[in-house]
Design a protein around this ligand. Structure first.
Ligand SMILES: *[C@@H]1O[C@H](CO)[C@@H](O)[C@H](O)[C@H]1NC(C)=O
Ligand SMILES: *[C@@H]1O[C@H](CO)[C@@H](O)[C@H](O)[C@H]1NC(C)=O
Ligand SMILES: *[C@@H]1O[C@H](CO)[C@@H](O)[C@H](O)[C@H]1NC(C)=O
Ligand SMILES: *[C@@H]1O[C@H](CO)[C@@H](O)[C@H](O)[C@H]1NC(C)=O
Ligand SMILES: *[C@@H]1O[C@H](CO)[C@@H](O)[C@H](O)[C@H]1NC(C)=O
Ligand SMILES: *[C@@H]1O[C@H](CO)[C@@H](O)[C@H](O)[C@H]1NC(C)=O
Ligand SMILES: *[C@@H]1O[C@H](CO)[C@@H](O)[C@H](O)[C@H]1NC(C)=O
Ligand SMILES: *[C@@H]1O[C@H](CO)[C@@H](O)[C@H](O)[C@H]1NC(C)=O
Ligand SMILES: *[C@@H]1O[C@H](CO)[C@@H](O)[C@H](O)[C@H]1NC(C)=O
Length: 646
């Protein structure tokens, strides 16, 4: 049965936004109770218990009563409201529900700042995706296809972050710039009692309903009992509050200011779809089918069918434009030598700053293939990836145009004797988390699995908030045809970051990136290079062996940059990161975790970690203290290409 047919079965009501001010309630179908019954009294007690006991996490569940008279309830406040507002909201939601559903044992309520539901059946940790409630803003988007794609990318990222949340909070907010400078602000949240899988499936379902309910709209909410997804054209969430809980970038002022939504013009259309309970089951079944179909579709999709970005032309720039933007690739505009070419800073006539990579050798691809690859990479959008804005292709000149990232690369900081103090533990920890999410996106969330193959400190750029952005991803795609797990006769990478199976046999997989990530984590903590790591007695040892030995002997603190040791950062967090780093650099690729587990390990402290065995390339030579090694910023001396595997 198709989703569309089901929607026809749903009762669709339209009303004006003013009605939303009081929130929305839907009565359930779990039977009725009578006034003066035990259920009624228990309900009264339960509701007051919710708002008196709800705490700073904005979530509380209560079960009061015996047997058939038990009332189960839970309340969730929006991730960014203060406790006093949260309490007010829960109190109001409770009395609204009792007013609107005076006899029903089960009810669902959504207010601006919280959601609440109760039932005689269990609600705690039980995934409830219906009934659903949609709020739609009246403005239409321009370039709907590209808007949809930008929104999808943003929501996928937020879904991943919310899902990776703790058992106390599962919320994420962020923004992206869509086509025509339309900034999209969004927030997603699950009740934290859900497992990661349930949260993911709730949000995934809600996101997949957006094209059905709210296609082409500038803002909308899909509200389900267990989770919600919301996006708007204006910054609607309190980023300061969220930032205290998780690093959420401050939103830029929106470039276009469409008419404010909501009550001011009274034109927000609210569409309520009351899902008849019998239909709920069908919806559940069909959404499973729908999702399955979607997944299958994902796998069989060929890279050439690129929706969202309609054509290569929209991304292609004339060579002369780029030449002018970079002042004819002048020396003073040189940002540095990256893999595959020199990088220049540039500025478009409209003031937009860019970074241009002039590819230094022929990729061996035809122009059409090159364009297709660039289009594919341009579609990868994640806050922890440097965004590819376009390209230029004229004669032998192949240029890639990237967003300009303010604060240069990570190696300029962590390996520098002065600037390393710009990165305290808090920042470094966030950088580690950001890199992990960026790689996870490349590996799993983007539609085409991308293996980076050259992750290293100089490929991690830092934006003005010092959040990390991974550069140079997908280069292997531009230069080689095989990008699935496999063997290659041409090893491309940087010594010190390459796992043994790649260096020796030319075999690469997502686990090669995990290895490089592990090296990076240890470098970030230690503030020293794995490649050319110098131990106390002056001999060149290696960071991995040193870290493992120290960690295993309970002296993990030795690995930590002395600057961090003297700071206020949590040593436990640092040791846990060393532990995670060591798991990533295991000799056997199968023993290394996936990036999904790494992200989970970083976010959930209660998760117990495996015990690592000795890392790859383990040597017992050397020993001593990382702190004594000279700190110097130098380019990677060991960038190698075209190494023939043995
Ligand atoms: C419960 O009460 C509602 C409203 O009074 C009524 O429409 C419904 O039929 C009742 N359901 C049962 C199972 O009695
Ligand atoms: C609970 O009952 C008391 C006394 O009947 C009443 O004042 C109060 O409003 C009720 N609370 C709720 C949440 O219904
Ligand atoms: C919330 O539900 C869980 C699981 O049923 C239970 O362990 C916990 O005690 C509940 N909290 C309250 C305050 O009832
Ligand atoms: C929701 O909370 C915000 C502050 O976070 C407050 O300004 C607003 O008035 C609240 N909305 C309602 C309907 O109570
Ligand atoms: C909830 O109440 C209804 C009607 O009284 C009953 O049929 C149903 O079995 C109850 N559910 C649970 C889980 O107790
Ligand atoms: C949005 O588009 C729909 C149909 O395409 C149209 O009916 C509606 O008036 C448009 N709304 C606005 C605010 O332009
Ligand atoms: C946003 O959160 C911050 C920090 O919690 C708080 O001080 C501020 O008042 C909040 N702003 C609004 C508009 O609620
Ligand atoms: C990062 O860049 C911003 C903007 O250019 C600048 O204000 C800030 O000082 C830089 N931070 C560091 C640590 O260099
Ligand atoms: C890669 O090479 C190894 C041996 O060198 C072989 O066992 C393996 O099957 C090859 N894998 C692929 C995907 O060709």
């Amino acid at each position: 049965m198709s989703y569309e047919i089901l929607l026809v079965l749903l009762l669709v009501l339209l009303m004006q936004a003013d009605h939303l001010a009081l929130g929305q309630t839907i009565c359930g179908s779990n039977g009725n109770y009578s006034s003066n019954s035990a259920y009624s009294a228990n309900l009264n007690t339960t509701l007051s218990s919710l708002y008196t006991n709800i705490d700073n996490d904005g979530f509380y569940n209560a079960s009061i009563g015996q047997g058939a008279d038990t009332v189960n309830a839970l309340a969730l406040c929006r991730g960014d409201v203060q406790l006093n507002e949260c309490r007010d909201c829960v109190q109001k939601a409770g009395s609204n529900l009792v007013d609107s559903c005076p006899v029903q044992k089960q009810a669902f309520g959504w207010e601006e700042n919280c959601t609440l539901r109760y039932s005689n059946a269990t609600v705690y940790a039980s995934l409830a995706t219906a009934p659903a409630y949609y709020v739609i803003s009246p403005q239409n988007v321009t370039s709907p296809d590209r808007f949809r794609e930008a929104l999808r990318v943003l929501l996928d990222d937020l879904r991943g972050r919310a899902t990776g949340g703790s058992s106390a909070r599962k919320v994420a907010a962020g923004y992206t710039t869509g086509p025509d400078y339309q900034t999209i602000f969004s927030m997603v949240q699950c009740t934290p009692d859900l497992t990661s899988e349930d949260c993911n499936s709730c949000l995934d379902g809600a996101i997949s309903e957006i094209p059905l309910c709210c296609e082409g709209k500038r803002g909308a909410r899909v509200l389900r009992p267990s989770c919600y997804v919301r996006f708007e054209s204006t910054p609607f969430y309190n980023e300061t509050m969220l930032q205290e809980l998780e690093s959420v970038p401050l939103p830029p002022p929106p470039l276009t200011q469409p008419t404010p939504s909501g009550k001011k013009n009274g034109s927000t259309t609210v569409v309520i779809i009351v899902v008849v309970v019998v239909v709920c089951l069908l919806v559940a079944v069909s959404s499973v089918l729908f999702l399955r179909k979607r997944k299958k579709h994902k796998l069989t999709e060929i890279p050439q069918t690129i929706d969202g970005i309609s054509s290569a032309e929209s991304l292609q720039h004339a060579f002369s434009t780029i030449k002018a933007a970079t002042n004819d690739f002048s020396d003073e505009n040189k940002l540095g030598q990256g893999g595959f070419g020199m990088v220049y800073k540039g500025k478009f006539p409209n003031g937009q700053e860019i970074a241009v990579k002039r590819l230094s050798r022929d990729s061996g691809q035809g122009d059409m293939e090159f364009k297709n690859e660039v289009l594919l990479l341009a579609k990868l959008q994640h806050r922890n990836l440097v965004r590819l804005l376009g390209f230029s292709l004229e004669g032998m000149e192949k240029l890639l145009v990237y967003e300009f990232v303010q604060n240069a690369s990570l190696d300029n900081f962590i390996f520098d004797s002065i600037k390393h103090s710009d990165l305290d533990w808090n920042r470094r920890y966030k950088i580690i988390g950001g890199i992990a999410r960026g790689i996870l996106y490349l590996h799993e969330d983007s539609r085409h699995k991308i293996i980076h193959r050259d992750l290293k400190a100089s490929n991690i750029l830092l934006d003005r908030e010092m959040s990390p952005k991974i550069a140079d991803f997908g280069m292997a795609r531009l230069f080689e045809e095989d990008e699935t797990q496999g063997n290659t006769s041409r090893v491309v990478g940087t010594y010190g970051y390459m796992p043994p199976e790649y260096l020796i046999h030319g075999q690469f997989s997502i686990k090669s990136d995990v290895y490089s990530f592990g090296v990076l984590v240890l470098e970030i903590i230690c503030g020293c290079r794995n490649n050319g790591f110098r131990s106390g007695n002056g001999s060149v040892g290696d960071l991995l062996s040193f870290a493992w030995r120290s960690w295993q002997e309970g002296r993990g603190g030795e690995v930590v940059d002395p600057f961090l040791r003297s700071g206020s950062g949590s040593l436990n967090e640092m040791l846990r990161c060393i532990h995670i780093g060591l798991l990533c650099v295991q000799e056997n690729a199968a023993d290394r975790p996936t990036m999904a587990s790494v992200v989970l390990m970083l976010s959930s402290f209660s998760m117990t970690l495996n015990i690592p065995s000795a890392p790859a390339f383990y040597s017992t030579a050397g020993g001593g203290c990382a702190s004594e090694q000279p700190r110097r910023s130098s380019p990677d001396q060991a960038y190698i290409t075209d190494l023939q595997p043995r």
